[in-house]
Write a protein that binds this ligand. Structure first.
Ligand code: ADP
Ligand code: MG
Length: 372
């Protein structure tokens, strides 16, 4: 019987393409810890996100292709993920341990921006990613309530660090945890109902505190719920936070082209790629019959994406369970995981993760090309 070689296994795996990065998984360096013992082959496939929609398919192909090589008696595939680190953070506030910051933004309030941010964060955590959620909506910070952490107060941790023989004290806020998501909010820093009046320098300080004075730890994704609109506050926030990409939330009514165009222009100005558009409250599914009603007409979000060449990240139907989930502090992806709304949010999260991987790999491939 012929001996199984590393070369033969890798050649077999080369037939598997990553559908987004358009390269095979061996070239992309996804195969790790390849071990061959007689006819027993084991390896890990390390993807760029745990929320990969083709994970199972890839695992099946790998098992099949390697399993049919002559001499192979067993194949042990472990699926794993390491989220690549985002773009250069050097010129902005840097946060050790945070791989990608994703801003969730909208042309105006009330379109479900916070609802999308919350369900997206929880979905990514359910997929196995390490997730943080920063509620930076200075006008209406309501993320803690949506995660059932309305009254929570963060702990402060103090410790001593040494650098260059000098000793100094470090004080950090420990984020609140809900549904495996680490959370910090303007509402937590400043409880109460009065609206915040935020001016440039104060905002700068607040954002800095959020990023550097919070012990986020290791995060694959930090989701930032941005204030609505495209004014100065939004602009400086987008400038301050080293954002990997922005997710724009819109409703079919709001497919007022001018709003979205303004938001796209804003992110262009601060050099933040727009990962795509989520169309929220897109259609209605009657809870009693399951019938779908396109209340606002069909395909508005899609057309908009085509017009501006931005990816569509999916559509979330209107549903009472979404609002109820927000009010009760149990997000719909947890409370009613099989509802069409929850499934739509899970898909949106996968799509966002996919676009982040694509953006990150673009940067990485450019760096690779330059270093050659
Ligand atoms: N898909 C949806 N179906 C039903 N209600 C929704 C949906 N998305 C958001 N909502 C509700 O709409 C209201 C506004 O949402 P919110 O996320 O607070 O908007 P924003 O952050 O853009 O101001 C909330 O009461 C929320 O529960
Ligand atoms: Mg909000």
């Amino acid at each position: 019987m012929s001996a199984v070689t590393e070369q033969a296994v890798l050649d077999a795996l080369r037939q598997i393409q990553d559908p987004d990065l358009h390269k095979d998984i061996v070239t992309l360096g996804f195969i790790k810890d390849l071990k061959i013992e007689g006819g027993d082959v084991s390896f890990r496939i390390v993807l760029t996100t745990p929320a990969c929609p083709v994970k199972e398919q890839m695992e099946g192909s790998a098992r099949g292709l390697v399993g049919s090589l002559p001499g192979v008696t067993s194949v042990n595939v472990t699926m794993d993920a390491e989220v690549p680190k985002g773009r250069g953070f050097s010129d902005k506030i840097s946060i050790k341990g945070i791989r990608n910051i994703i801003a969730v933004s909208s042309g105006k309030g009330g379109v479900g921006k916070s609802t999308v941010a919350v369900n997206m964060a929880v979905s990514l955590a359910l997929d196995g990613a390490r997730v943080g959620l920063m509620d930076a909506d200075v006008y209406g910070p309501n993320v803690p309530m949506m995660l059932g952490a309305g009254g929570a107060q963060p702990q402060v941790e103090e410790w001593t660090e040494f650098e260059d023989g000098k000793e100094f004290k470090v004080r950090k806020l420990i984020p609140i945890e809900a549904y495996d998501v680490k959370l910090m909010s303007m509402a937590i820093l400043k409880p109460g109902d009065e609206p915040m009046i935020v001016r440039g320098p104060i905002l700068h300080g607040l954002v800095k505190q959020f990023l550097s004075d919070v012990k986020w730890g290791e995060l694959d994704y930090l989701i930032v719920d941005m204030p609505p609109g495209t004014g100065d506050v939004q602009l400086s926030l987008a400038q301050l936070v080293p954002v990997q990409g922005a997710v724009l939330v819109t409703t079919p009514q709001e497919v007022a082209v001018s709003d979205v165009r303004r938001a796209l222009r804003m992110f262009e100005t601060v050099n933040v790629p727009v990962l795509g558009v989520v169309e929220n409250m897109s259609y209605f599914i009657a809870p009693d019959t399951g019938n779908r009603y396109d209340i606002f007409g069909e395909g508005g979000g899609k057309r908009l994406c085509e017009m501006y060449h931005v990816p569509s990240l999916g559509a979330v139907p209107l549903g009472m369970e979404v609002r109820a989930g927000g009010d009760s502090g149990v997000p719909v992806v947890i409370g009613q995981p099989d509802s069409p709304q929850a499934l739509a949010f899970r898909k949106v999260a996968e799509e966002v993760a996919r676009q982040v991987s694509i953006e990150a790999m673009k940067t990485e491939l450019v760096v690779l090309a330059k270093s050659r």
